[in-house]
Design a protein around this ligand. Structure first.
Ligand code: TEU
Length: 528
């Protein structure tokens, strides 16, 4: 097999299995639904899918609490079906990435139940248990509340997320060996890559000190974590063309880049871009910073606009303050969905024409917005109860067809979807948008088709063009250019041969505000 390093310029579509499509009619998405809807992904033209966790789980954190890393939760299907799905995806030219959650397991994982069953169980050393008395320190859970919970016997155990997700002790060799075997299990099953959850959190300072105001953090981005990824890389390198993709939230670009050194991960999500405001100067700085740090380590840049943890970007871009921050609750602040959609369309042409990998979170190709009015009683995210803001609004089941909920999510069944869909999504179903050239779906289909065919978009090269204030303009290879207008006034287009695609209608030779365009430039007009 020729090493293609396919992930370097792929379009990768994130499937959130509970909400993509339901095959068995229980209102919860599953593998049968995904298999039935593979045609949607083939029509969209994506190169790969990343499956959020599909393993057996009590679903205390929507499957990010894994009870068995080598099987499929019955609500989603069976391992045999997963193998069939991998085969069918490959037959459709689509690679498949699974999500591995190494920082913690479910409290129902056999290791944790064994650890709880006996005070001298060897499995206790796989976790962070400390004797009763006062809590070992005042670390906080990422979802709010203390990171320590007492067992019935009075001991404390550490959980950086919910109490149903005890943290593993990565100093223990058995933990390391187990995850290397889990990687082999999925590579042997034919998957093309692994997404690594909470990748920077695995190691803890065993002295369990308080989190200092300055100085080294006791559990975030410890130096030793890189040894773990070096050994994972050796496992991946034993197979042809497998990718390791890290979920690394690190504001410091240099620290972030260390995960992408040639003997560590192949790629990591660009949360810098995801969190960047809709602002020409900040975006340009973010793009430059991204390309710079990735080039320095030889890793491909990635471009992420949304995922299952953050407010959907149509909604973010429809607000006055468009940045994303976990610390800020924005539900209830006014949002202009028309503006947000217009910007999301422009952002699609931006992220699909920058050098590297583009991620598409399911529903983004339909222009779905955050469902912010889910009644509290129907909310499922454990974050909601613990911190008062939650992630359900970006996890709502997809609308496929029809005029009212459940929009074909569970064909042939009257089951309510596990989260309610807004009736206003009637115009955003796949059926309503298919064939409508002005729809978000057709914009994504056309853009991905053009991207596949455009040689310049498959090289790392990118050159800024001189352009009007408030705009971003760059070339990719000979003759291809993208211009984005983030100002409030129309701007003149550069000299060009043809317009390939515009995110919104142009006004003659003027590019209106919040619009992006892909152009074919005259070859003789290219800068040196
Ligand atoms: O998220 C890790 C992470 O950093 C989150 O804590 C993030 O801060 C949070 O979702 C706030 O929006 C990963 C998964 O993507 C997330 O869905 C899981 O809940 C979490 O790990 C625990 O496995």
């Amino acid at each position: 097999t020729v090493a293609t390093q396919w992930w370097r310029d792929a379009v990768i579509y994130q499937i959130y299995p509970r909400s993509f499509a339901d095959g068995d009619g229980d209102g919860i998405g599953d593998l049968a639904g995904i298999r039935r809807r593979l045609g949607h992904l083939a029509d969209l033209g994506v190169n790969a899918i990343w499956m959020s966790p599909w393993y057996p789980s009590p679903m205390a954190d929507a499957g990010y609490d894994v009870a068995d890393f080598r099987d499929i939760d019955p609500v989603f299907g069976t391992m045999a079906e997963a193998r069939t799905l991998i085969r069918e995806a490959h037959a459709a030219g689509i690679r498949l990435i699974v999500d591995i959650v190494p920082n913690h397991v479910s409290a129902h994982h056999p290791w944790f139940t064994a650890a709880l069953a006996a005070p001298d169980a060897p499995e206790r050393d796989y976790f962070w248990f400390r004797p009763g008395g006062a809590a070992p320190n005042s670390w906080r859970s990422e979802f709010g509340g203390p990171a320590w919970t007492r067992t019935v016997s009075g001991d404390w155990y550490l959980h950086l997320f919910t109490p149903e997700q005890p943290d593993l002790n990565w100093d223990h060799p058995d933990v390391r060996a187990e995850f290397e075997n889990i990687l082999r299990f999925w590579f042997d099953a034919g998957v093309d890559g692994i997404r690594i959850d909470s990748a920077a959190l695995l190691l803890k300072d065993p002295a369990l000190p308080e989190v200092p105001e300055h100085g080294p953090h006791p559990y975030h981005d410890l130096d030793g974590v890189h040894d773990i990824y070096r050994s994972w890389r050796r496992v991946a390198d034993g197979y042809p063309d497998r990718a390791l993709i890290g979920e690394v939230w690190l504001p410091d670009a240099e620290r972030f880049a260390r995960y992408l050194r040639p003997d560590e991960l192949h790629a990591a999500f660009n949360f810098d871009f995801l969190g960047c405001a809709w602002d020409p100067d900040l975006l340009r700085e973010c793009i430059d910073r991204t390309l710079h740090v990735h080039a320095a380590v030889g890793a491909p840049a990635t471009w992420v606009l949304s995922n299952h943890d953050v407010t959907r970007h149509v909604t973010r871009y429809g607000r006055r303050d468009t940045t994303f921050s976990f610390a800020t609750k924005r539900e209830g602040t006014p949002v202009d969905l028309e503006l947000g959609t217009r910007r999301a369309r422009a952002a699609a042409l931006l992220s699909l024409s920058l050098p590297g990998t583009a991620y598409v979170y399911q529903g983004e190709e339909l222009g779905l917005w955050e469902h912010e009015n889910i009644p509290p009683g129907l909310r499922q995210d454990p974050m909601w109860a613990r911190s008062g803001h939650g992630r359900d609004g970006c996890r709502v089941p997809l609308p496929w067809h029809g005029d009212e909920p459940p929009f074909g999510f569970s064909p042939g069944s009257t089951a309510e979807p596990w989260l309610p869909q807004p009736p206003e999504w009637k115009g955003l179903t796949v059926a309503a948008q298919s064939g409508d050239p002005s729809s978000m779906l057709e914009l994504y289909r056309t853009a991905i088709r053009l991207r596949r065919a455009e040689p310049g978009l498959h090289t790392p090269a990118m050159t800024w063009l001189p352009s009007a204030p408030g705009t971003l303009a760059y070339t990719r290879g000979p003759g291809f250019a993208c211009v984005v207008n983030l100002s409030t006034a129309p701007v003149a287009l550069p000299d060009h041969e043809t317009r390939l695609l515009a995110s919104s209608p142009l006004d003659g030779d003027l590019l209106p505000p919040d619009t992006a365009v892909w152009l074919r430039l005259r070859q003789d007009r290219l800068p040196d």
